[in-house]
Design a protein around this ligand. Structure first.
Ligand SMILES: [Zn+2]
Length: 456
C-alpha cells in the first residue's frame, strides 16, 4: 500500500504472511490498515474502513494500547541498550502470530531471571519489549521509537526482533550486515531442532547452498521503525516462511501442536539464538560488529546496481567510498582485537573500549538522511528502507530505486541526473560511516571526494 503524502509511513500487516501472497494480500487489505497519520504520545484514531470480503462495517473508535517493558540495568554501561521485541496483539488465536515469538521472549525472560538470581548482571542494559497494536501498522513500537528517538539514536546498540518464531520448517534470518558474523557464530552453538547431531548453522547452510541472510527492507514487523526510521542495527529471526493459516482462525495451538512444531524444539532454537545474540551484544567488552561484512555487502549491491544501470559512471564512483569504508572497518577490527587483550578492569582500557564502541554504535546512524527519502520523509535509512514500488528490482538503496521507478516520463538526461543525485546521497552516507568508524570529521578536501567529481 502507498502513502501519497510525504512524512507519513506505510502501515502494512505483520511479517508472518507467506511471501508469495504479499502483493495480493496487501492490495486486498490496504484499506484496513490506514492510520490517520498521527504521531507522538496520546490518542491515535485507527480507521478500519470497509474492505471487500474483509469487513462489512465501518468502524472508527479510540482504543488504549499498552506496550510492556522489562529492563535489566547494565552494571557498567547502563546507558547502552540492547533491545529485544515481539508483538502481543493477534488477529485471531495467534498461536503462530505472534504467540510463538511471545513464548520465546518469555522463556528468555525466565532464563535471564535465573542468571540474575545467580549474581550475573549484564554489562549493558537489556530492554525486553512486548509491543501492542502491531497488526494495525506497528503502532506500539513506532510510537515508542518516535517518542524516544534522541535517546535511541545515542544509546541503542541493536534491536532484535522476533514476530512469528515458528510458522514451519527451516531457519530464516534477516539482519543489517554488521551483525551477520555474530548471527552465524551463534547458530553454530545451537542444536538443530529437526536433525539430531547437527547445529542450526549446518541445516541453515545446507538449505540454501550457503548461508543466506535477508536484508531488512520489509516493513512488516516491529524492526521497521528501529531500522528505517532510527538507523539502529536490527535482526529478525523465524522458522518457516510458508504458513497457510496466516491471519485466520487456523492460527491455533492445535495447528502448532500438530503441524508447526510438535515437540516445540524450533521454539527452543529461536529462543537460544535470540538469547545468545542478546548476551553477546550486552556483555562483550568490544561490540561484536563487523563493518567489513557491511562494506562487502554494499559492494555486492553496487555491482547489482551497476549491472542494472549499464555501468553508469555515477554508480561506479561509489566503489571508492565502499573501499574507504572497508579500510576503516579493517582498522576498527584491529583496534578491537588489541583492546580485547587489555585488562578488563583497567580504567584506561575501559575508556578506550567505550570510545571504540561508541564509533561502532553510531556508524549505522550515518546511513540516515535527516529529511528522509524524497516524498516519503519518515523513511530515513538510505540503504535499507522499502522502495516505493513493490515491483522494484532493488531491495536496497531505496532512494535510487525510487528515482529509477519514477523516471518513466523523463528524458534520458533528466533520468541520469535524478538517479545521480540519489547515488550521491548514498555515497555521502557511506563516506560518513567511514568517518564515524575512524572517529574523524569528514574529509571535504580529499581529492577522491565524490562531491568534487559529481555535482549533486
Ligand atoms: Zn505478527
Amino acid at each position: 500500500m502507498r502513502q501519497s503524502s510525504g512524512g507519513s509511513r506505510r502501515s502494512p500487516p505483520c511479517r508472518c504472511r507467506p511471501k508469495r501472497q504479499k502483493r495480493s494480500f496487501e492490495a486486498l487489505a490496504a484499506p484496513l490498515y490506514r492510520r490517520n497519520g498521527r504521531t507522538g504520545s496520546g490518542w491515535t484514531l485507527v480507521a478500519l474502513d470497509q474492505a471487500p470480503r474483509w469487513s462489512t462495517s465501518h468502524i472508527r473508535k479510540f482504543e488504549t494500547i499498552q506496550d510492556i517493558f522489562g529492563v535489566i540495568k547494565g552494571s557498567e554501561e547502563p546507558d547502552r541498550y540492547v533491545i529485544l521485541g515481539n508483538h502481543r496483539d493477534a488477529w485471531t488465536y495467534g498461536a503462530v502470530d505472534p504467540n510463538s515469538g511471545t513464548a520465546s521472549l518469555l522463556d528468555i525472560v525466565r532464563r535471564l531471571g535465573i542468571m540474575l538470581q545467580s549474581g550475573w548482571r549484564p554489562r549493558r542494559s537489556i530492554i525486553l519489549c512486548s509491543w501492542d497494536a502491531e497488526e494495525f501498522g506497528m503502532i506500539g513500537s513506532t510510537e515508542w521509537v518516535e517518542e524516544n528517538l534522541a535517546d535511541l539514536h545515542s544509546k541503542a546498540v541493536a534491536y532484535l526482533n522476533v514476530d512469528c518464531a515458528v510458522q514451519g520448517v527451516g531457519f530464516f534470518a534477516g539482519s543489517t550486515p554488521q551483525l551477520d558474523k555474530l548471527l552465524v557464530d551463534v547458530t553454530r552453538q545451537v542444536k538443530d531442532p529437526d536433525v539430531t547431531g547437527k547445529m542450526v548453522h549446518d541445516t541453515w547452510s545446507e538449505m540454501n547452498g550457503g548461508i543466506s541472510i535477508e536484508r531488512l527492507a520489509r516493513t512488516d514487523s516491529d524492526f521497521a521503525p528501529f531500522l528505517h526510521h532510527a538507523g539502529i542495527p536490527s535482526v529478525d529471526l523465524y522458522y518457516g516462511n510458508e504458513f497457510p493459516g496466516y491471519h485466520t482462525a487456523l492460527d491455533s495451538y492445535s495447528w502448532m501442536e500438530k503441524h508447526g512444531d510438535p515437540l516445540f524444539l524450533r521454539h527452543l532454537a529461536i529462543t537460544e539464538i535470540w538469547g545468545l545474540l542478546a548476551l553477546h551484544l550486552a556483555d562483550d567488552p568490544v561490540l561484536p560488529f563487523d563493518y567489513q561484512v557491511y562494506a562487502k555487502q554494499l559492494q555486492e549491491h553496487t555491482n547489482a546496481l551497476s549491472a542494472l544501470m549499464s555501468n553508469s559512471q555515477a554508480v561506479n564512483l561509489m566503489n571508492g567510498f565502499i573501499n574507504d569504508l572497508s579500510g576503516a572497518a579493517m582498522e576498527v577490527l584491529k583496534e578491537g582485537k588489541k583492546l580485547q587483550q587489555l585488562d578488563l578492569y583497567d580504567e584506561n582500557a575501559r575508556m578506550r573500549r567505550r570510545l571504540l564502541n561508541d564509533r561502532l554504535l553510531l556508524a549505522e546512524r550515518s546511513f540516515l538522511q535527516a529529511e528522509g527519502l524524497q516524498g516519503r520523509g519518515w523513511f530515513k535509512h538510505l540503504l535499507y528502507s522499502p522502495p516505493e514500488d513493490y515491483e522494484s528490482k532493488l531491495s536496497f538503496f531505496p532512494g535510487i530505486a525510487d528515482a529509477i521507478s519514477r523516471s518513466g516520463n523523463l528524458s534520458a538526461e533528466e533520468r541520469e541526473a535524478s538517479i545521480q543525485h540519489e547515488v550521491w546521497k548514498v555515497s555521502r552516507a557511506i563516506q560518513r560511516a567511514a568517518s564515524v568508524l575512524r572517529g574523524e570529521f569528514s574529509r571535504q578536501n580529499d581529492p577522491s571526494n565524490f562531491s568534487s567529481l559529481v555535482t549533486p
